[in-house]
Design a protein around this ligand. Structure first.
Ligand code: BES
Ligand code: MN
Ligand code: MN
Length: 464
C-alpha cells in the first residue's frame, strides 16, 4: 500500500471529476418522476465497478430499484470483504435554500474545508462515500495490491427504507457470503479526530391521520362546538413527552439498554464542545431528555419526533376554517434491544387510546428497522482502527451514532457477519439538508484509508 498517496495524487482530479459526473444524475428514490435517473445511476455504478477491476458485475432486479452487485474473487482461501452503499439520494427540497443547484455540483471552500468541498445532493450521503470504495478498489487492482476477495452490493432504495433489500439478501446468502461488511455511510468526529461508528439507532416511522367533522367547516359558525382535528392532534402529540422530555408511551423504555456509569464516562471522553455545537446551529440552548448529555441524547437514548405536520389552510392570506383532517409523520429512533415492530405497536395502541371521542384516528406504520452495535474487540474493528492509525496517525475513537441504516441489523441476521462503519463525513456536511457537501480532503482520505483496512483485515484474519 506504500504508493497509495502517490497514486491518489496522480489521479485525484479524475477521482473528483468522476464523482461529479455521478452527482449530476438526480437519483431521488422517493420521487417516481426521477425513475429513469435512478435506473441510469445503477448503470453508471455498474460501469464504474467494471472499470475499477470487478470481474463480474450484475444489475439485480427487485420489486423496486435494482441492486448493483459486483465482485472480484482472487482466492477462495482468502477472506472476503462485502462493501455496501447506496446510490439513491434524498429529495433536494427546499430548493430555494441551495446556494447552487443540487444536481450541478460545484467545489467551494468552507471554514472546515479549506481545500474545497463538493456541493451536491448525495455528495456525502452516499454517492461520495460509496465511490471512495470504488476508487480504493481501482487502486488495489491497478497496483496488484488487493489482498483478499471483495464483493459490492450497492442499492437504490436506502433513503426510502430498503424495502426490497432484505428479500434480496435472504435469497442470495451464498452469493453474498463474506467475512466482514464494510460501509461508509456515516461520519467522523472531526478531520483531526478520526472515529469509527460503533452503533446505529433503530427506527419506527408512522403516519397519523385525525378526522373530525365530515367536511371543512366555517370556523365561526362551528368553532368552539366541534373538535378541531388540528388542535386535537397537536395536543395528542404534545402529550407524548412529559415535563422532563421523557416519552410517555407505556412500555416504551422497557427494553432500553442502560449503559453503565463506566460506559457513559468512556463516551464522555470524546471531544465535544457544546458552545461550538450551539453556534453551528444558531441556537441559544440545547433541549432534550433530562439527565442525559447532548451526545447521549443523540446516540444511546431513544427519541420521538414529528417530521412533518399538516392540515387546514396554508395558502396566502387568511381563511377561516376548521379542517376536517389533520396529519403528522412521526419517527422514533430506537436503541439496542428495542424492537421496532413492538414499538410501532405500542405507539399505535397508545395513540388510539388517548384520542378523544370527538375525532377518529388512524395510525399507519411506514418502515423501520433495528438498531445495531459493533463489537470493538473483533478483527474487523481492530483492522479499521489500524487503518486509521496508518493514515491519520491517531487511534480512532469508537462512537455511537444517532442515525439509522436499518439494513445493517438484517445483514447480521441473514449473513451472520459484523458490519464495520468507516464514515468520513462531518456533521456539518448537511446531509438531507440544502447545501449538502463532502470535503475533497475527506473524500481522498477515505480512498487512502480503505485499502489499509483490506490489508490489516486480511492479516489479522489469517492469525485469528
Ligand atoms: N447515511 C444515513 C444514515 C446515517 C448518517 C447514519 C450519518 C449515521 C450517521 C442514511 O442514508 C439515512 O439517512 N438513513 C435514514 C434511515 C432510512 C430508513 C431512511 C435515517 O437515519 O433517517
Ligand atoms: Mn446514507
Ligand atoms: Mn440518508
Amino acid at each position: 500500500m506504500q504508493n497509495i498517496n502517490a497514486y491518489i495524487n496522480e489521479h485525484k482530479q479524475r477521482f473528483i471529476d468522476e464523482l461529479i459526473d455521478l452527482l449530476k444524475i438526480p437519483s431521488i428514490s422517493a420521487d417516481s418522476t426521477y425513475k429513469k435517473d435512478v435506473l441510469n445511476t445503477a448503470d453508471a455504478i455498474k460501469e464504474s465497478l467494471l472499470k475499477a477491476g470487478c470481474d463480474n458485475v450484475e444489475i439485480c432486479q427487485t420489486d423496486g430499484y435494482p441492486i448493483v452487485y459486483g465482485e472480484k474473487l482472487i482466492d477462495k482461501n482468502l477472506p472476503t470483504v462485502l462493501v455496501y452503499g447506496h446510490y439513491d439520494v434524498q429529495p433536494p427540497d427546499p430548493l430555494d435554500l441551495w446556494n447552487s443547484p443540487p444536481f450541478e455540483p460545484v467545489i467551494q471552500k468552507t471554514d472546515l474545508h479549506p481545500e474545497g468541498a463538493i456541493f451536491a445532493r448525495g455528495a456525502c450521503d452516499d454517492k461520495g462515500q460509496m465511490y471512495m470504495h470504488v476508487k480504493a478498489l481501482e487502486y488495489m487492482t491497478t497496483n496488484n495490491e488487493l489482498p483478499c476477495n471483495v464483493k459490492f452490493m450497492i442499492e437504490g432504495e436506502e433513503e426510502v427504507g430498503s424495502a426490497n433489500l432484505g428479500k434480496f439478501v435472504a435469497a442470495n446468502r451464498e452469493k453474498l457470503e463474506n467475512d466482514v461488511i464494510l460501509i461508509s455511510d456515516t461520519g467522523m468526529i472531526a478531520k483531526d479526530v478520526p472515529s469509527i461508528t460503533t452503533g446505529l439507532r433503530g427506527l419506527s416511522y408512522v403516519e397519523v391521520e385525525v378526522t373530525g367533522p365530515n367536511r371543512d367547516l366555517h370556523s365561526g359558525l362551528y368553532g368552539g362546538a366541534v373538535a378541531n382535528p388540528i388542535n386535537v392532534l397537536t395536543k395528542m402529540i404534545a402529550s407524548l413527552h412529559d415535563e422532563n422530555n421523557h416519552i410517555t408511551i407505556p412500555g416504551f423504555y422497557d427494553k432500553v439498554e442502560n449503559l453503565s456509569d463506566e460506559e457513559r464516562a468512556e463516551m464522555a471522553k470524546a471531544p465535544f464542545s457544546l458552545e461550538a455545537y450551539k453556534k453551528a446551529l444558531d441556537i441559544d440552548a440545547v433541549y432534550g431528555e433530562e439527565g442525559y448529555t447532548t451526545n447521549e441524547r443523540n446516540s444511546i437514548r431513544p427519541t420521538l419526533d414529528v417530521n412533518g405536520i399538516w392540515g387546514g389552510y396554508i395558502g396566502e392570506g387568511a381563511k377561516t376554517v376548521i379542517a376536517s383532517k389533520a396529519y403528522a409523520k412521526i419517527s422514533m429512533r430506537l436503541v439496542p434491544n428495542q424492537d421496532w415492530e413492538e414499538i410501532t405497536q405500542l405507539f399505535k395502541t397508545h395513540f388510539e387510546r388517548i384520542v378523544p371521542k370527538a375525532v377518529k384516528v388512524k395510525v399507519k406504520p411506514h418502515h423501520g428497522g433495528q438498531g445495531y452495535v459493533t463489537p470493538i474487540d473483533g478483527v474487523g474493528y481492530q483492522a479499521a482502527s489500524k487503518a486509521y492509525e496508518q493514515t491519520f496517525g491517531k487511534t480512532p475513537i469508537p462512537q455511537r451514532s444517532g442515525g439509522s441504516i436499518p439494513i445493517v441489523a438484517l445483514f447480521e441476521k441473514e449473513l451472520k457477519s459484523k458490519t464495520i462503519l468507516m464514515g468520513f463525513g462531518l456533521d456539518s456536511d448537511a446531509i438531507h439538508s440544502p447545501n449538502e457537501h463532502f470535503g475533497v480532503w475527506n473524500y481522498l482520505k477515505g480512498i487512502e484509508t480503505i485499502p489499509w483496512f483490506y490489508k490489516y483485515f486480511t492479516e489479522l484474519k489469517s492469525v485469528e
